[in-house]
Design a protein around this ligand. Structure first.
Ligand code: SAM
Length: 217
């Protein structure tokens, strides 16, 4: 697939849209401006819409998140280069690439086998390396813990204890929590081994986090 002058122009417009909605981090804006989002659309009928600030279907009943949402969560993470990040909900891999562009070491887990298979093959073809896992991320990924940061890209009914356990002290978890229709974005910082500080942000609408500590299937 080609990344044409026209695509790059639409991408610059998308960066302006996301910035106008309040995203300030230059590195996050640069990542949105660099990544060819139209490469993530399997359905050719949707490619024309790739640079609209909207979520779109990616198969298996799932979506590629809205660029503003990706930017918002990425900014909240306050990533430092080499941060070890766990992403729950690999989906298309778009958010994972934003994290890689921000210098993170990425561990990403996906519940839908077809998406896991597709994305773990697709990202290296785009020139990006991450560590992909198939399974239920509602309990995190204990094998590779602890993490500097954890990002959940599906709506959770509550904050899973396992995710707090798998954070380093000083690290944070960014997670949308609420009901299946709407969720509030939370940033939970682990300030001591048994202490957290929670900050609440605006409402978003995510697909449900499935699995044992999510909305069970
Ligand atoms: N980060 C993705 C992207 O950039 O395309 C967002 C994808 S979508 C909004 C959320 C993803 O979370 C879906 O792919 C869904 O299958 C996945 N998911 C839901 N519950 C999960 C769980 N328990 N463990 C891992 N992934 C899960």
């Amino acid at each position: 697939m080609e990344d044409s002058y026209r695509h790059r122009g639409m991408r610059r417009q998308l960066v302006k849209t996301v910035q106008a909605k309040g995203i300030k981090s230059q590195s996050v804006l640069d990542a949105i401006g660099k990544i060819p989002r139209h490469f993530f659309f399997e359905d050719s009928a949707l490619i024309e819409h790739a640079y609209e600030d909207k979520a779109f279907p990616i198969g298996s009943g799932q979506t590629i998140s809205q660029p503003y949402t990706v930017a918002f969560q990425s900014e909240l993470l306050q990533l430092k280069p080499k941060d070890k990040v766990l992403e729950i909900g690999t989906g298309s891999g778009y958010q994972a690439i934003v994290l890689l562009e921000l210098g993170a070491e990425v561990f990403s887990i996906e519940y839908q086998k077809a998406l896991f298979e597709r994305t773990r093959k697709f990202l290296p073809r785009m020139g990006y390396q991450a560590n992909f896992f198939y399974g239920d991320g509602s309990k995190g990924l204990a094998k590779h813990a602890p993490y500097d940061k954890i990002i959940v890209t599906a709506g959770a009914p509550s904050v899973p204890d396992a995710l707090i356990d798998q954070l380093k002290v000083g690290g944070c978890l960014v997670i949308p929590v609420g009901n299946v229709r709407t969720q509030q974005m939370l940033r939970i910082t682990k300030t001591a081994p048994d202490k957290v500080r929670s900050e609440t942000y605006t409402d978003f609408k995510f697909v449900p986090l499935l699995g044992e500590d999510g909305w069970r299937k």
